[in-house]
Design a protein around this ligand. Structure first.
Ligand code: AMP
Ligand code: MG
Length: 498
């Protein structure tokens, strides 16, 4: 019988020793599986029953990763709130290794199996840990990453995913003592803009061979943008692909009212998957300036600022690639500029067609206009983003609007005039119901569920998970995720997941 221990390759560790620091996960005093993502386990071909066993849980905490695993902490740099940190890296995380996925994941390049990173968060100190940090994570933030990433996945948005959350039995000291946890997450890779920044700086400082960045480019193309592996200028093909992927991702986030909250360059993937859910939140009242994170005092990562900050981050990626875009510096800058100019049209394509789908109409100039006017009305009324859209889906094609939730658009003259113009486009309610989620992980119920989990009751988190995994179906047990608790949840604050 074959061993149930999943075989982990050490592809990244072998290919990029310059970016890898061998490290081990800490022992877990009293591991207790809080959640296993059975659907993801099945997708990866992993044995669910075994993962739930004592040995399986020790695999998930990284204590028993199997004989062939060579866990490493990955190096990366990053601009955090605009300030550059030359050495961040996995200070409390580990790449256990790669799983060879039978299905899913990006289409692999010829000769390379579809690899998926199995990565831990909260597994102890590593060579990249900063002084005074503890290498640990708490139950609440790790369950938060689980819930939010499952919600994004169910909404069809590219994202890293949580395979399991295991309570460690260790106390983590934050403002108050908290129960500790390890998150096992799966990603198409953990290559980040910050990985390129770190690699470029290593080469610049003479600490790594000249070919490091080109090798990273080749790896990135092979794993994530395989249709471009044979490009004449691989670095340019990669830049264009990442620009397109991040533009699409940002627009998709915004269509569901998602605010990432900490779009530092180390939290931007080359794959185009969402990653590192710290102080993220879903909009309630529509307001382009909406900020939830306690540390984002300037609104740098506000809801409506996300496209411009994504582009700023992509500019930082472009800088690391300049020497590989052309032999003449001026030509390299021109090529980078042209690639970055692809952001706005790529963002608009997803954003406008997404808004048209939410309105239940094909995208046309008229639909763009109707969408723009609706955004103005939503902002003016501070109407709830999610409930306003599902209200619209529910009242179509009624001639006089039935009252929706109190959180939606008001019944004003302006709204009535807009509604007539929209109805003239003959919206399709089925299309709307497929494009407008009923349930999002709303801030207050999610926080209450995380608090309960901290006190040992996981049931409220399971209820929210079930609802957000099936976001388009109305559920009587999840009305608190469909409409805000008050008229407006304004003032809700999220904290970094440390
Ligand atoms: P994040 O805010 O999770 O994107 O992390 C930013 C950087 O801080 C990364 O280098 C992390 O590894 C590091 N970091 C965050 N929390 C901890 C912690 N508790 N212990 C050690 N390093 C941490
Ligand atoms: Mg991060």
């Amino acid at each position: 019988m074959s061993s149930p221990v999943p075989a982990l390759t050490s592809h990244f560790a072998d290919a990029f020793p310059e970016l890898s620091a061998p490290s081990r996960a800490w022992q877990t005093p009293e591991p207790r599986l809080l959640h296993l993502n059975a659907a993801l386990a099945a997708e990866l071909g992993l044995d669910e029953d075994w993962l739930r066993s004592a040995d399986g849980v020790r695999f998930l905490t990284g204590e028993a990763p199997g004989p062939d695993a060579r866990p490493v902490a990955q190096g990366y740099a990053g601009h955090q709130f605009g300030g550059y940190s030359p050495r961040l890296g996995d200070g409390r995380a580990l790449l256990l290794g790669e799983l060879t996925a039978p299905v899913g994941g990006a289409a692999p390049a010829p000769g390379l199996p579809a690899l998926r990173d199995l990565h831990l968060k909260g597994s102890g100190l590593t060579p990249f840990s900063r002084q005074g940090s503890d290498g640990l994570a708490a139950v609440g933030p790790m369950l938060r990453e689980l819930v939010v990433s499952e919600a994004l996945h169910a909404l069809g948005i590219p994202t890293t995913r949580a395979l399991a959350v295991v309570a460690t039995g260790r106390t983590v000291r934050r403002q108050r003592p908290l129960p500790g946890a390890v998150l096992a997450r799966v990603a198409d890779s953990h290559l980040r803009v910050g990985t390129f920044q770190y690699a470029a700086a290593l080469v610049e400082g003479g600490h790594a061979p000249e070919d490091l960045v080109p090798r990273l480019v080749a790896e990135s193309l092979a794993r994530h943008h395989a249709d471009r592996v044979d490009a004449d200028v691989p670095a340019l093909a990669l830049l264009e692909a990442v620009v397109a992927a991040q533009a699409d991702l940002t627009a998709r986030w915004m269509l569901v009212g998602f605010v990432h909250g900490v779009m530092n360059t180390d939290n931007v993937t080359i794959s185009g998957q969402s990653i590192d859910f710290g102080p993220c939140a879903f909009l309630d009242a529509f307001d382009p300036r909406a900020v939830f994170s306690s540390i984002d005092r300037q609104g740098r990562y506000a809801y409506g600022a996300q496209p411009q900050i994504a582009l700023w981050n992509l500019n930082r990626l472009a800088e690391t690639l300049l020497p590989h875009l052309a032999t003449e510096p001026n030509d390299a800058v021109a090529a980078a500029t042209a690639a970055l100019e692809g952001f706005a049209p790529a963002f608009d394509a997803t954003w406008q067609s997404g808004l048209a789908a939410k309105l239940g109409v094909p995208r046309t100039e008229a639909s763009d206009d109707v969408a723009a006017r609706l955004l103005g009305l939503l902002a003016e009324a501070r109407a709830d983003w999610t409930a306003s859209w599902t209200d619209l889906a529910d009242v179509v094609p009624g001639p006089s609007p039935t009252p929706g939730t109190s959180a939606g658009l008001p019944d004003s003259a302006g709204v009535r005039a807009w509604r007539e113009d929209w109805l003239a486009l003959a919206p399709d309610p089925e299309r709307m119901r497929a494009a407008n989620p009923r349930h999002i992980p709303r801030n207050r119920p999610l926080q209450e569920a995380l608090d309960a989990a901290e006190d040992g009751d996981i049931a409220p988190v399971e209820r929210i998970l079930a609802a957000v995994r099936d976001p388009f179906t109305p559920r009587p047990d999840a009305t608190d995720l469909a409409v805000p608790s008050g008229a407006d949840e304004g003032g809700f604050v999220t904290f970094c997941g440390t």
